[in-house]
Each structure stands twice: as C-alpha cells, then as structure tokens.
Ligand binder design. Structure first.
Ligand code: SAH
Length: 473
C-alpha cells in the first residue's frame, strides 16, 4: 500500500495554509468544510482570500512564512509558487511532526489530499499515490455516478440504530449478519428513495423479530481463468459476503484480495506447507465450515462444473443438508480463446468444440481418440501439458493430419500469458525449451490458424490487437 488512508477529525482544530493565491483559497475552503479553523499566511492576498477573510471565515496573516510558525497547528498545507518557502514549510513540519502537504509536490508531502466523493456522512477518498491527479478525478467521477445520492440518508439512518442493534445483538457476527440482511433487502431502496418512515419501520420490525440461528451455506464460485475482470457480478458479490474462502492455486491472489479483509482464508492447494488436500477432505471441510453457520465460498478457477470436481463437492454438501449455490464462471477455454485470438468455433472450419481432459487415463478410462479426430471440430485439452507428446502422437495415430494447427496457451488471460502455435507434429518439440508452466491449455484445430488473420501476435494480447479483434467481429 502506497499510503495508509485515514480520516482526520479537524473540527475546531487550528490548521495553517501558506499562500495567498487561488490554489491556497481552494485548500482553505476544503479545510473549512471539514470544520477546521483556518489561518492563511501570505504577504499578499487575492480577491477570494480577502472575501473569506472579510466574511470572518478565515484569518489572514499578512506576512511571509518563517521558522517556528507551524508549531501551533495540527496540519499544514502550502500552496505557494516559491520553491524555497515550500521546502522550508516541509522541513519545519517534518521537524515538529506535523502533517504537511505542499500542493503539486508529492516529494514535499507527508500526506496526500485525495479526490473526494461525499454522500452525507460518507466520505470516499481516492488517491493514486501522487501519480496522476487526473486519473483520481476520473475515478471520482465514476464513483459519483455509481453511488446513489440517497446513501447519505441511508448512512444517517443506520447510524441512528447502531446502538439499539448493539444491545440486541451483542456478538459482532450477529450484528454484521443483521446489517447485511438489512442492506441486501428493501431497506436500501426505501431509504434512498425518501421513504424514511417505511425504512425505519422495516428496521424496527427486524430488530424485534425472534433471533434465529444462522444457517451456513456453501457457494461454489467459478472465478474465471485468472483476469479478475472476468469475474461475474454475482461471483464478486458473494465473494464479498463470504465468511470463509476455500481455494487452490488456480485462483490468483488478485481475486482473493477482493474478499472481505476479515474473511478466513483456507488454501487447500498447499494447505500449510502440506500437499494438496485430498478431495474427500475438501468435501468434508466445506460441510464442517457450513455447519458452524459460516457462508463458505469455495472458489474454483474457471467454471466449477468444467473439470472442477464441483459436482462432487455439491453432492457431498447436499447429502449433509447444507444449502448450496453454484456460480458459473468463464472457463479456461473461453478465456484463453478470447485473449489469444483463437475462436473456438468458426463457420468454415469448426462446427463444434470439445473440452477434453488431458489426464489421458482419467480414472481408468482411456480417451476415445477415434471420436476426437473427426473433421470440423476444435479440441481443447485441459490438464494436458504433461501429456502433450502423448496427445499429439495419439491424434496422429488415429488419423489426424500431422499439419493440423495446434496451440498452447500458458497462463491465459493473466498479464504474463504466452501463446505458442505450431502443428500437431511439431508442437511438442517447439515448446520443449520454453519451460512452460501450469496452467496451460492445448487447442487443436483449424481455428488456430485464424489467430494470425485476426492480427494477434505471438505475445500476450495487447490492447491494440484486442481492438483489431473487436473491429473484425
Ligand atoms: N474449472 C476450470 C478447469 C480446471 S482443470 C475451468 O473451467 O477452466 C485445470 C486446467 O484448466 C489446467 O490444467 C489448465 O489446462 C486449464 N486452465 C485453467 N486456467 C487456465 C489459464 N488461465 N490458462 C490456461 N489454462 C488454464
């Protein structure tokens, strides 16, 4: 984290602004909004500053900044065009341990003034760590459109009931649960559309209803092939409600980080340095956690029902009487195809697509190679990297042409995605020296050739190539 965001109470505290121009005035106005007592120091004052001073809103001291002054203030902002003074202000504040911000000079700031979105008592601050104030403003604009104006009213309403809820639900989890139920239900709608009485009635009734023991649940959530942008809205929402996350190595940290900070995290991929937890133990773990009343998010790379053993976990939970939900995700084949410019079907050369396990001896059943070599289809092998030689050899042995295009997509949709294209005959040798790592997907079929026509290069998809793909479509 570049900076720790904190919200400071400046009500009736003395703060100092150095500068007499418009920028200094804007800073002073911001500080006034936070309830601070503002003093400005400057040898000359612009019109706006004089107006503020005359209205009794700020104190203007007609002088040049010098040593010793900052000591009487809680916080200092400098907005002068005099480099020497800005530097002096910064040094003085640092010496006295007073938070200081010099406008437009991140190197002379011990705190940043973020872009702000306000809804009544709600304050949202956006900072780019001084990289780009314009980008921060753009984010602010997006948040402004996203957060309803009535959220201020809603926050006030919740604040009024905070104590009553604390008395009724002494345990933190109970309270969290109560509020989540309230905010997920019609309360938000009532409060933000001005129906305050109805909103209050709704809370009152819920507050006095008998307490029922919370029931745990298991959610099998497909998190897509890796890029967090490919999560579904439902996956994101449930991820943020879960009490505990159970995941393995296919789920990247960037997705796990989207969950609530307090949510318990259990990595069953390499749980505490041991080997992967056996499937039966995972099934049992999910049931045990749900029985403790927890909402368990079982995160699965891609789609839970495509080579994800989601069915088994679901069956086990259902047998134990635990309520379950499945959230589909974008499967690796779709993600890799889109990000590498290889359509999975195409009117001219692939009328169907097959997702095949590359574990060629999956529980004793050998793959039906004969069915796979038919013309007009695309084959996508999951978990096939270790068997790539065998897969390519078998397909040829069963009659697939040696020059059939084939590709490997490594870490598809992730920033370090790599794509290798070749033919069935030479794919194994062409990737031998590349130290490919998991997860990787093998795509076999004429569609692989389309990649070049779509303008995709050998490297990961660049924004430009994606644009080209968009206009091609
Ligand atoms: N349920 C998952 C598949 C799990 S099986 C889904 O629907 O995608 C694990 C296999 O998926 C890996 O061995 C690999 O072949 C493939 N895979 C998953 N994510 C991938 C990615 N980002 N890039 C390439 N292959 C991936």
């Amino acid at each position: 984290m570049e900076n720790l965001p904190i919200f400071m109470n400046l009500k009736d505290r003395n703060v100092l602004v150095i500068g007499g121009g418009v920028v200094a005035v804007r800073k002073a106005e911001l500080l006034l909004q936070a309830g601070a007592r503002v003093t400005l120091i400057a040898p000359r004052a612009c019109k706006e500053l004089l107006a503020l001073h005359d209205a009794g809103k700020v104190v203007w001291k007609e002088q040049t900044f010098g040593p010793g002054i900052v000591r009487n203030y809680r916080l200092v902002v400098a907005a002068t065009d005099n480099q020497a003074i800005n530097r002096l202000v910064f040094d003085e504040c640092e010496r006295h341990g007073i938070p200081v911000n010099v406008a437009d000079q991140p190197q002379l700031c011990s705190f940043i003034l973020p872009s702000i979105v306000e809804r009544g008592p709600i304050t949202i601050a956006v900072s780019t760590g001084g990289r780009s104030p314009i980008l921060a403003r753009l984010l602010k604009a997006r948040l402004e459109t996203y957060i309803p104006a009535g959220f201020g009213v809603l926050a006030d309403l919740l604040g009024r009931y905070r104590n009553a809820v604390k008395v009724r639900f002494p345990r933190l989890e109970q309270r969290r649960d109560f509020w989540e139920r309230m905010l997920d239900g019609p309360l938000t709608q009532l409060a933000t559309s001005g129906r305050n009485e109805a909103a209050e009635k709704f809370i009152e009734e819920a507050l006095h209803a008998p307490i029922v023991a919370k029931q745990g649940e298991v959610w099998l959530i497909g998190t897509g092939p890796g890029d967090p942008d490919l999560l579904t809205l439902k996956a994101l929402r449930l991820l943020q409600q879960a009490d505990v996350l159970v995941y393995d190595r296919l789920v990247p940290e960037s997705i796990i980080n989207l969950a609530r900070r307090e949510a318990e995290r259990i990595d069953v991929g390499k749980s505490m340095g041991r080997h992967t937890l056996p499937q039966n133990d995972i099934n049992q773990l999910l049931v045990d956690l749900a029985r403790q009343g927890k909402r368990v998010a079982r995160l699965k790379g891609g789609d839970p029902f495509i080579f994800g053993r989601g069915g088994e976990e679901l069956e086990c939970a259902a047998a134990a009487g635990v309520p379950c939900q499945v959230v589909p995700g974008i499967t690796a084949a779709s993600g890799c195809a889109a990000y590498s410019g290889i359509p999975l079907t195409h009117r001219d050369c692939a009328q169907s697509v097959r997702f095949v396990t590359g574990h060629t001896k999956e529980e004793g059943c050998e793959i039906d190679w004969r069915a796979l070599v038919a013309e007009g289809q695309t084959l996508v092998f999951y978990m096939g990297l270790a068997n790539v030689d065998h897969i390519c050899a078998q397909l040829q042995a069963y009659g697939m042409p040696a020059d059939m295009p084939a590709a490997v997509v490594e870490r598809g949709t992730l920033p370090d995605q790599r794509v290798f294209t070749s033919t069935l005959a030479s794919l194994p040798s062409s990737i031998r020296g590349e130290r490919l790592s998991s997860p990787s997907l093998i795509i076999v079929g004429r569609v692989v050739e389309l990649r070049q026509r779509l303008g995709f290069s050998v490297e990961a998809a660049s924004p430009e190539s994606l644009m080209r793909l968009a206009s091609f479509a």
